[in-house]
Design a protein around this ligand. Structure first.
Ligand SMILES: [Ca+2]
Length: 493
């Protein structure tokens, strides 16, 4: 009797040890230019049942932020688990990845993971050396099904499910035609309220929903192969919507993204986090969950303690964001970007702009006739941008929209979020905020020094713009002349 009890206990021990030893899979789903718009966040128009499901069966982050609101630096920061300003040529749009950097898919591959990617992952930019031979997001393929078919038996997997939705260009009217009620759209207050703008936002929502349905297909596949609960599923976007004062800006409209994470019963269902997570925290989270050592160079912090019971207390109390060159949007011969950094707390958003002689979203009207794509070039072309520019003198509301989206900005911006959650009124010059301003400015500098930002550990004028620009457009450093138009233009930045 005693022996048989011991034997059963022995079997149980083996079986529990076996369960713990099973490495989790990773399914990382990332949309292109998706700000924090999802039904579960309370958006009354866009429908995101699959994102909502991951959040309800796992955790929902209300304050997830990118390191930089531009494709390449954001994606590089996710892959490396580091603030983008630590990545040299990887801090700019159309940059590259330095050879000394480590990326989480490679570290997982070395630990026996089957890795792969589909559609947009790294970039846009140029891969060189080891990353050219071995793609930083995992070998690009034709989709999740094909990737799983090629999986060595029983190997854990790490898959990057990318998309070019909801990046522009949009087919005008698709949102309205799909049945969306334009009158219910809650516009950012920096947009003028017009039919053109509402329809443009609906077209963006249409592509958000298309991405969400791709996520749904991947979840269904995991269920079909019995891997749903052993897979860490992450759904997010690479920065805010491609609209004025959103993408390529350091306001929440540019830097806050949706984030939901599900992992079977390891992550308790229905958790909601209000404290801050950065997408640079994902790489260390994956490595932590998979039992792989987190390299010291990673400035991200594992979210696992928060996800597995630590709650908000285990998350960041504030967040950092920044921007270097998005496109070379300043009039020649400058051709630079609009460098800035920000510190976001529960009460304030503080932004430091390093080169205030420049235009934050590109020089107005520069080369408009010769290169229409190049005016106010840091804002993607589209109906909302055109409407705001064309109607800037219509009335005070339109003048305010134009000023918020395109005018020059001072060296410091401060938004009091208790009165101004939409970050519209800069109170940096007001006497009553002078103590706060000094404190936030010192705090930001301290964090940037600790985080190895070359603007703060080398020189405030550190020249990120000296890095080559690999995209199309005028004569930026490294620009080789106009590219031949491709038949099907890939959505780029
Ligand atoms: Ca993007």
């Amino acid at each position: 009797m005693k022996n048989s009890v011991l034997f059963i206990l022995f079997l149980l021990t083996i079986s529990f040890a076996g369960a713990d030893d099973k490495k989790p899979n990773i399914l990382f789903c990332i949309a292109d230019d998706w700000g924090a718009h999802a039904s579960i966040y309370g958006d009354p128009v866009v429908k995101t049942p699959n994102f909502d499901r991951i959040a309800k069966e796992g955790a929902l982050f209300h304050n997830a932020y990118v390191s930089s609101p531009s494709c390449t630096p954001c994606r590089n920061s996710i892959l490396t688990g580091q603030w983008h300003w630590r990545l040299g040529p990887g801090a700019n749009l159309y940059g590259t990845l330095r050879q000394d950097l480590q990326v989480y898919p490679h570290l997982l591959a070395e630990a026996g993971y089957h890795t792969g990617s589909w559609r947009k992952s790294f970039g846009p930019g140029k891969l060189e050396g080891k990353f050219l031979e071995n793609h930083p997001a995992g070998k690009p393929g034709k989709g999740f099904d094909e990737f799983l078919e090629n999986r060595p038996e029983s190997a854990p997997f790490c898959f990057w499910l990318g998309a070019s939705d909801p990046h522009r260009a949009y087919k005008p009217g698709t949102g309205k035609e799909s049945g969306m009620d334009l009158s219910k759209i809650e516009l950012f207050p920096c947009f003028p309220d017009s039919e053109e703008v509402r329809s443009d936002v609906a077209d963006y929502y249409f592509e958000v929903e298309r991405f969400d349905s791709d996520v749904g297909k991947a979840i269904a596949k995991l269920e079909a192969i019995g891997e749903l609960d052993n897979t860490i599923i992450v759904v997010t976007g690479d920065h805010g919507m491609p609209f004025p004062r959103c993408k390529s800006n350091l306001y929440d409209s540019g830097t806050r993204v949706p984030l939901a994470i599900r992992w079977g019963d390891k992550v308790k269902a229905g958790q909601e986090f209000k404290k801050y997570a950065s997408l640079i925290d994902l790489a260390p989270t994956f490595l932590d969950a998979c039992g792989v050592e987190i390299p010291g160079e990673m400035t991200g912090r594992s979210l696992l303690p928060a996800l597995t019971g630590g709650g908000d207390a285990a998350l960041r109390a504030f967040i950092l964001t920044g921007k270097e060159r998005h496109v070379p949007s300043q009039e020649a011969p400058d051709m630079g970007g609009y460098p800035s950094r920000a510190l976001r707390t529960d009460n304030f958003l503080y932004i430091r702009n390093y080169q205030t002689s420049r235009w934050p979203n590109g020089t107005p009207n520069w080369q408009k006739a010769a290169m229409p794509g190049n005016w106010y070039a840091d804002t993607d072309n589209g109906p909302t941008k055109t409407y705001i520019i064309d109607n800037q003198d219509k009335d005070d509301a339109h003048r305010m929209s134009y000023a918020l989206c395109f005018d020059k900005r001072p060296a410091e911006e401060l938004y009091d979020l208790s009165n101004d959650p939409d970050q519209l009124v800069n109170v940096a010059g007001e006497e009553k905020y002078s103590d706060q301003l000094l404190q936030l400015s010192a705090h930001l500098s301290e964090e940037l020094i600790a985080g190895g930002d070359p603007r703060h550990v080398e020189s405030l004028t550190y020249d990120f713009d000296a890095q080559p620009y690999g995209g199309g457009g005028p004569k930026a450093p490294g620009y080789q002349g106009p590219k031949k138009p491709k038949k099907k233009k890939a959505k780029a930045n």
